[in-house]
Design a protein around this ligand. Structure first.
Ligand code: ATP
Ligand code: MG
Ligand code: MG
Length: 382
């Protein structure tokens, strides 16, 4: 384990936090991404990283020739090249076929539906007529989604009535589409699941995710839900991840309906924003377990080691970096708070610049510790 080399496609904050975990295990990490000083590359100065697109076949081959295993921190990669490299003997986790299925959200839905995983009803949208028909079938509001390249709600369009259809088609013209029936959920839940190549899976606790403008704002761990629902959510997540091949950590997003019914929203085949809390709050972080899984090492415990935690994302408001970091300044005086900044050179509206995790002896204590931090993000709103 001491001398293993891991190659990561993507050099953002998820790669950065993977490197933090890797360094404790003496693992060497090589990053393929465009920026020379990407968040991940910045903190691993012992390696010569690769500068290029994580869709570029030549660059991916170059990475493969330098490492023992390739993994990803973003799913929008060139999965076809990964599949051909795998055929030639490269070890790639999660498996290229898993990445290929998950990176197309419609293909992902079809895969999950074929395995009996509960989902909101959905339909492919090849043209305008199909969208009109979907509106008639599912009613409004109607959720229209890009099949590919989606993140942070970019690629989604909520049509309030048939009158919105042309605007939706125009806004989402860059990618093929599908539509989903609106899910009037009471909470959004998420479960991280780590999977070894032999099929062993371990679920982390169920968390509640609170979104603002389709971007994750808070992650409350454990989710404050009925124990039976929590157990069911872990089962749904484990069952979903068992249907894929390869190793790694996966983020499973779910909707909790009023009657406790759970619908799986989508899966990310990598460490996930809803799992940042595991660094401070669980016995093994999602990042360490991801590395253990892709290197086929024994998995670590996924249990919480503190009674409660809440993670809050530090999102850009505009280009003002100082303003954006104000909550971090506040967190310096908060017991149980850990600040993670990602070293991004530019601040933009909605850009994930960092996060803060607050832990405590009870959810009430965590909530009260969090107050000054939330107040620094948005005065008066807690
Ligand atoms: P991510 O950054 O998590 O990858 P994404 O761009 O892939 O996001 P989704 O997770 O599909 O987008 O949707 C973003 C958010 O929109 C969800 O977290 C949820 O709040 C809302 N949403 C998605 N699908 C539905 C639906 N069918 N009904 C109601 N709300 C939905
Ligand atoms: Mg997504
Ligand atoms: Mg999502």
């Amino acid at each position: 384990m001491n001398s293993q080399r891991v190659g990561i496609l993507g050099g953002g904050q998820l790669g950065r936090m993977m490197i933090e975990a890797a360094s404790r295990l003496n693992l060497q990490v090589v990053i393929l991404d465009k920026p020379v000083d990407s968040p991940a590359k910045q903190i691993e100065a012992t390696q010569k990283h690769i500068e290029g697109e994580f869709k570029d076949p030549t660059k991916i081959e170059e990475l493969a020739s330098q490492v023992d295993v390739i993994t990803i921190e973003i799913e929008h990669v060139n999965a076809e090249i990964l599949a051909s490299l795998e055929k030639k003997g490269s070890i790639i986790h999660p498996s290229p076929s898993t990445i290929l299925t998950i990176q197309d959200k419609y293909a992902q839905k079809q895969h999950l539906a074929s395995h009996g995983i509960p989902l909101a009803e959905y339909v492919e949208i090849p043209d305008r007529a199909a969208l009109v028909a979907a509106g008639q079938k599912f009613g409004y509001p109607l959720m229209i989604k890009s099949k590919t390249m989606a993140y942070d709600g970019k690629g989604n369009y909520v049509a309030k009535s048939e009158a919105d259809i042309d605007a939706a088609m125009k806004a989402l013209s860059a990618t093929p589409l599908y539509a989903e029936k609106w899910a009037p959920f009471v909470k959004e839940l998420a479960v991280m699941v780590v999977r070894r190549a032999n099929g062993e899976v371990r679920a982390y606790p169920v968390v509640e995710t609170v979104h603002k403008n389709s971007i994750c704002h808070l992650v409350i761990a454990p989710a404050q839900v009925d124990g039976v629902v929590a157990e069911r959510a872990q089962k749904v997540a484990e069952n979903a991840i068992k249907t894929f091949s390869g190793a790694g950590v996966f983020g499973v997003e779910m909707f909790m309906m009023e009657d406790g019914e759970l619908l799986l929203n989508e899966i990310a085949p990598r460490p996930h924003n809803s799992g940042h809390y595991t660094i401070e709050a669980c016995e093994t972080s999602q990042y360490e377990n991801h590395l253990r899984a892709v290197l086929d090492m024994p998995l670590g415990s996924t249990h919480m080691k503190v009674p409660a935690s809440i993670m809050v994302n530090i999102l850009g408001e505009n280009s003002d970096m100082e303003e954006c970091y104000k909550p971090c300044q506040e967190a310096l005086s908060v017991d149980g708070a850990t600040i993670h900044l990602y070293g991004k050179k530019e601040c933009r509206a909605g850009r994930k610049m960092g996060h803060i995790t607050v832990v405590g002896e009870s959810m009430m204590q965590v909530q009260s510790r969090l107050k000054p931090i939330l107040n620094a993000i948005e005065p008066g709103v807690e």
